[in-house]
Design a protein around this ligand. Sequence first.
Ligand code: CU
Length: 147
Amino acid sequence: MKALVAAVLLASASLPAWAANVSVTDAWARATMPGQKVSAAYMQIQSDADARLVGASSPAVPRVEVHEMKMDGDVMRMREVKAIELPKGKTVALQPGGLHIMLMNLQKPIAAGDVIPLTLVIESAGKQQTIEVKAEARAPMGGGMQH
Ligand SMILES: [Cu+2]
């Protein structure tokens, strides 16, 4: 994790002056169970200016969406969100049971220890920048994530 943080800091050093300084920590993805075609990635995101996460992609995953989970009555449902607000100075957590990066149409399983490269699209002051993130896969928990 130390190497990842260093890489993120290095990347932000070369950003243009208008860009928000965005740091991503503790990025991880859920390893899949046999036959599972979807998974999710989670992370903590902090920006030094008001910004929004407006998209994500990965060369390793055919389809990536930004999702949120919410209770609908007594059923947990998820839906795609257009953007996640990143208020200045506030750490926004993408975590199980809440906001997440959905990894879809997986062509092959994700094993614990695999590294999933993700590109986050961040918008601030009307402009977009991309942030490269590496999410290391962790073993699925009992029951996994229901879709
Ligand atoms: Cu989802």
